[in-house]
Design a protein around this ligand. Structure first.
Ligand SMILES: [Zn+2]
Length: 367
């Protein structure tokens, strides 16, 4: 399997230690943007279904007993469907990439994995690491609430930083200086993780038996959007679908770096919003480490922006209180975006909205 650095165009045999190939001038608080491109991948990463139609999670190496994927596609109304990713083993779509991450840790001969923050990504990593006998180190900031701390209490070690930004810095510093035994568990750039995530698009096409027109996905780090776009491009090239569905990118108004950067014509690796709006969750981002890749996707006409405000999300919750009980704020933002999209009549379209994560009550941070 070969990957290419999009900055210096060097080609690497995968798996490589992604953390050790750096372009410091592009880093934000030591964190790199995603500049990796896939040239080709292991045949094991090709998507296959069993005889009875079940998706087989593509993994090189072993698999745990946690069975991610094969999540339900629920009819919401005529032509509109919800892909419920909250039923994955730890409650989010991120589980789809975890077998690949853990096998990468093992291939590198490492015994520990470092992870930043206390949201769904951390919860998923900590749970899967336990299955593989890998020690997990969690980096969080000291002001997170009790329930978030409880969610990551299964980590083998927890490191507290004084601010959110410092938790990223401390995570990067620690990972860079402990490369002999610590794997850098940074999901926003990890290639094998993305290849696992992309299974969702294949399931959508399998269950719909046709090509959706639009798939609405919360943006967050952008990795899920990137993965599903890759999957749709693959299926289009293989003749499985007749066109590449457009992905609706859901960001929070005022915390929508890609949309703001795009309309200012900022065609570069990263774009940072000076003062992102206060929101109820970390959904209000000032940057996205997949900025350039999603910018290019919009330029190709394969994605468009569908930002929503806190007020629009609150309005949805008022009308549908049951969603708040079951899904996290990010997933509900996708539902608010769906209602906004449907407010303009598009009777012939098939639309799928992705519910990315279940409600963890106070612990539903995006990363
Ligand atoms: Zn490079």
């Amino acid at each position: 399997m070969k990957v290419i650095c999009g900055v210096c165009k060097h080609e690497y045999e995968y798996p490589i230690e992604q953390i050790s190939h750096r372009h410091p001038e592009l880093e934000l608080d030591l964190v790199p943007p995603n500049f990796w491109e896939i040239k080709d991948y292991f045949p094991e990463f090709e998507i296959k279904f069993s005889e009875d139609g079940e998706l087989i999670l593509p993994t090189v190496g072993k698999q745990s007993n946690l069975k991610a994927g094969n999540t339900p596609l629920i009819k919401y109304r005529e032509g509109v469907y919800l892909k419920d990713e909250s039923v994955n083993p730890t409650g989010s779509f991120k589980d789809r990439g975890m077998e690949n991450i853990m096998n990468e840790v093992l291939r590198h001969g490492k015994s520990k994995i470092a992870v930043v923050s206390c949201g769904s990504g951390a919860i998923s990593i900590i749970r899967y690491a336990k299955e593989y006998g890998i020690k997990s180190l969690a980096f969080i900031h000291k002001d997170v609430d009790e329930s978030s701390i409880r969610l990551i209490s299964d980590a083998d070690e927890v490191f507290y930083s004084d601010t959110f930004i410092h938790s990223y810095e401390d995570f990067m510093k620690y990972s860079l200086s402990h490369q002999e035994d610590v794997f850098w568990g940074f999901l926003n750039t990890n290639i094998s993780y993305m290849l696992g995530l992309r299974t969702m698009a294949y399931e959508i096409v399998r269950d719909l038996r046709k090509t959706p027109d639009v798939v609405i996905i919360p943006c967050g780090s952008g990795m899920d959007i990137l993965a599903q776009n890759l999957a749709f491009r693959e299926m289009y090239q293989a003749g499985i679908i007749s066109k590449i569905p457009k992905i609706a990118i859901v960001e929070l108004k005022g915390g929508n770096p890609i949309e703001q950067g795009f309309f200012k014509g900022m065609n570069r690796m990263l774009y940072v919003i000076d003062e992102p709006v206060e929101s109820k969750t970390i959904l209000s981002n000032d940057t996205c480490f997949n900025y350039k890749k999603i910018y290019d996707m919009v330029t190709r006409g394969e994605a468009f922006f569908l930002s929503v405000s806190d007020a629009e999300i609150d309005y949805f919750i008022q009308k549908h209180p049951d969603y708040e009980a079951n899904y996290d704020y990010t997933s509900i933002s996708a539902m608010a975006a769906l209602e906004k999209y449907l407010a303009v009549a598009r009777p012939k379209e098939t639309v799928v909205t992705v519910l990315t994560c279940k409600n963890r009550i106070g612990g539903n941070l995006d990363e």
